[in-house]
Design a binder for this molecule. Sequence first.
Ligand code: Z5A
Length: 194
Amino acid sequence: MLITIEGIDGAGKTTIALKLYEYLKKEKGEVYLFREPGSTEVGEKIREILLMYEVGDITELLLFESARAELTERLLLPLLKKGKIVILDRFCDSTTAYQGYGRGIDIEMIERINMFASRGIKPDLTILLDISPEVALERLRAKDRFEEIDFLRRVREGFLRIAEKNERIKVIKADEDIETVFKNVLGVVREHLC
Ligand code: Z5A
């Protein structure tokens, strides 16, 4: 089973993904937690490149997709074939939301490249942590990070549009306290694991 966690920066994905991982590990035993971009040697190098250099929009898109292809090939395909539970902090929906709705690259083309890089793997469940960019920015500011609000607004709208088109995506309000958000996430996950 593949569970992906999505949302704009500061929505609480990493916090919730880790809590879910710890919970499911206790309940189910073998569970894996990965992040995009990253979780493979090459993927982590790509993350470093993306943090170090300002690159063009197409380069950025292809770097995210390269990290994804590597993660898919080395970890996702083998583990999912064995029936393992995998939690993934961001996946294809992030590319559609950020590079498509955020940067304005053609959505249809992004979806085709997403399919190609992920070898057609579809998450069984996607948790979309939805939060206003204003609240998310406050959280990021506390960590000395600054993002552009208009960009985050477009990305959030993008995520919500993707959710409207996909049954697998469950939208969870992420502006509540961590325990409440986690309880709501768990409710949805439990329904899918039964
Ligand atoms: N990106 C892309 O453009 N295209 C792609 O295809 C992919 C990614 C895969 C890095 O992603 C960048 O890559 C990101 C999207 C882009 N762009 N930017 N800019 P990332 O996932 O590594 O980075 P991020 O989304 O910016 O992560 P983040 O800042 O760590 O956000 P988060 O994981 O959603 O939140 P968090 O770390 O769990 O929490 C942030 C803070 O808020 C932290 O201090 C928490 O303690 C706090 N927090 C969390 N939940 C709560 C609640 N409920 N209440 C109060 N405070 C909370």
